[in-house]
Design a protein around this ligand. Structure first.
Ligand SMILES: *Cc1c(COP(=O)(O)O)cnc(C)c1O
Length: 249
């Protein structure tokens, strides 16, 4: 394989070692939870890192990558160094309806549907683009100290739990979307086990109405073990594989 200009020597070895570390954590957590690692998909979040890293990851056996900003993703995933590289592409960022048309062109999976207007925009855009992405309902797990849902969402996105059934029905009924399941980010200052246990309940309720909606997208670099304990099927891991991102992201 030719070395691409933006690919520093040693980067492949660093990524390989970090990926091995994360795969080891997944294996250990699965062992403890009595789960099969084959039931878990590692989605590597490549935001802020170059297309050359995405290419190296694919060469190391990574099958799924994620981005969280449309502008960065649409440029990076169109980079010629990724021509012919087979990857499932996920979008995990908060999404404005006016970006739906762009995102459905490259995203095979959109993790962040959290309102009806966005579901409608994604469906219309997918139909126009001749695409049929898998869509997850992002659930807000922020809980105020008193135990009730907060008045103001804390900015990590996601639908209140009460809105999830109607959103799932809307995605399931949309001709050009496939309902995949649920996604959440654990609240910053909460107990990830409590958050992911709640997400699993939401997933079970969704599956009662939509049996094929089996995906549970949960767990990042810091809390993937908790997510595995509570039924995660898709982990979204960035920092533990690629290193620290520059700036507050
Ligand atoms: C950046 C990001 C991740 C990855 O977080 P790390 O802590 O770097 O592993 C996961 N999910 C979403 C939605 C993200 O934006």
């Amino acid at each position: 394989m030719t070395r691409h200009p933006a690919e520093p020597a040693g980067r492949r070895a660093d990524l390989e070692a970090a990926l091995g570390g994360v795969r080891g954590r997944i294996a250990a957590a699965c062992e403890e939870a009595g789960r099969d690692p084959a039931d878990i998909t590692l989605v590597v979040v490549t935001k802020f890192f170059p297309a050359s890293d995405v290419r190296l990851l694919a060469g190391l056996g990574v099958t799924d990558v994620a981005e969280n900003r449309d502008q960065e993703a649409s440029t990076k995933l169109a980079d010629p160094c990724l021509d012919g590289v087979e990857l499932t592409r996920h979008f995990v960022g908060q999404l404005q309806t006016n970006k739906a048309a762009s995102v459905v062109r490259y995203a095979d999976v959109v993790h962040t549907a959290d309102r009806l207007r966005l579901v409608r925009a994604l469906d219309a855009a997918a139909g126009r683009a001749g695409r049929r992405p898998t869509v997850l309902i992002q659930v807000s797990l922020d809980v105020a100290p008193g135990g009730s849902a907060p008045q103001e969402p804390k900015g990590r996105g996601g639908a209140p739990v009460a809105d999830v059934p109607a959103l799932a029905d809307a995605v399931a009924a949309a001709p050009d979307l496939v309902l995949g399941g649920v996604m959440a980010v654990a609240p910053r200052d909460g107990d990830p086990d409590a958050a992911f246990a709640r997400l699993l309940e939401v997933s079970q309720q969704m599956r009662a109405a939509h049996p094929a909606a089996t995906w549970v997208s949960a767990g990042m670099s810091g809390d993937l073990e908790a997510a595995i304990r509570h039924g995660a099927t898709h982990l979204r891991v960035g920092t533990a594989i690629l290193g620290m991102r520059p700036g507050p992201r």
